[in-house]
Design a protein around this ligand. Structure first.
Ligand code: NAD
Length: 325
């Protein structure tokens, strides 16, 4: 990592990246965008939140999202459905919301009850209203660098990194975890920024050795204290996405990350758990809703993958490398 790429500090201890503070900034920017839309006579952004069943954790998450919407001026529309809601009933609601001009974003809280096909439901949401960024059209856009809606947690990770690294070009990044909602989109975002990315997972051998080479480690495995101090080279930046519930010696349940936080003080910067990536996820959901609303209102959104092939930065990715040989 070159000195020019880091914002250096004097203190010897790792900088703790304050996710709550960065999330507040994102929320303030989002509120300013909503205010500007209203001042320009545009409709207020609207988010539909669907909750099927009464999973206690989901109830808490949905409640938080609705409260945050109100704080930044987004209208929220809560749709609570009983646990025995059928798949066709849920799909019918999504079809109605897809057509509703007051709704710019649709969020279906997961996990869904077992009798419902989650993939089918998430694919039924119009890509232009898919504020979670899980629809294959948005995944395809992200993978080809052609816009779309970026999943909230990966977007939050990038915003946190931006507070400590000016330029990711050429840096070695190790992503631990390859899930569709966290690891893979983070890897794509890193590649867009010209980083050299290694995506690792449960079957990766010599994970510690790979991490020791890394300028940036993104831990998204769901494995408590997986990343130990000796895995981290001095001056590396660590983003801990993991959320693990552990019983402490006091018998109480604590939330810990994937990083042994107390062992990585020789890092350049690290996110705490809680108070790191977590608060960014909701802030980015709000930002995505306003982005979706702006694009729908301005007529620049699309539910297909109707990209202009000639405008792509690198057409070689769509052609066989050996085609001209
Ligand atoms: P997942 O279970 O879908 O994927 C986990 C990935 O990590 C897999 O690719 C698996 O191979 C890999 N992995 C698991 N154990 C490993 C190990 N010991 N070594 C190397 N790789 C390992 O999980 P997910 O949905 O991607 O979430 C990952 C973590 O991030 C979880 O703790 C989750 O709670 C958390 N999370 C946090 C937020 C947030 O807002 N902060 C959002 C989403 C997920």
């Amino acid at each position: 990592m070159s000195a020019a790429q880091l914002k250096y500090r004097e203190e010897p201890m790792a900088e703790i990246i304050d996710g709550r503070a960065v999330a507040k900034q994102v929320e303030a920017e989002t509120k300013a965008q909503v205010d500007a839309m209203i001042a320009a006579g545009k409709p207020r952004p609207g988010l539909a939140v669907i909750l099927v069943g009464n999973d206690p954790a989901s109830e808490v998450y949905v409640g938080r999202k609705i409260k945050k919407c109100a704080e930044v001026g987004i209208r929220s529309f809560e749709h609570r459905m009983p646990a025995d809601t059928s798949e066709p009933e849920l799909l019918a609601l999504i079809a109605t919301l897809n057509e509703d001009p007051e709704i710019h974003g649709i969020l279906c809280q997961v996990p869904l009850p077992k009798h419902i096909d989650t993939g089918l439901v998430l694919r039924a949401i119009a890509p232009s209203k898919d504020v979670d960024g899980f629809h294959p059209v948005n995944v395809g856009r992200l993978s080809t660098g052609t816009g779309g809606i970026i999943p909230c947690t990966p977007l939050g990770v990038m915003k946190l990194l931006d507070t400590v690294i000016d330029d990711l070009t050429g840096l070695d990044v190790v992503v631990i975890g390859k899930s569709n909602i966290v690891g893979k989109p983070i890897a794509m975002l890193m590649l867009e920024r010209e980083a050299t990315v290694t995506v690792t997972h449960i079957h990766t051998e010599k994970l510690a050795d790979l991490c020791r080479q890394a300028d940036v480690i993104i831990a998204a495995a769901g494995a408590p204290r997986l990343v130990r101090g000796y895995w981290v080279k001095p001056g590396a930046v660590i983003i801990d996405v993991g959320i693990n519930r552990m019983k402490g010696e006091d018998g109480k349940t604590h939330i810990v990350g994937d990083v042994a936080f107390d062992e990585v003080q020789h890092a350049k910067a690290v996110t705490p758990v809680p108070g790191g990536v977590g608060p960014m996820t909701i802030a980015c959901l709000l930002a995505n809703t306003v982005q979706a609303a702006r694009e729908q209102i301005d007529g620049t959104s699309s539910d297909g993958f109707d990209i202009d092939w000639d405008d792509l930065p690198d057409r070689s990715m769509f052609t066989s490398e050996s085609a001209g040989a």
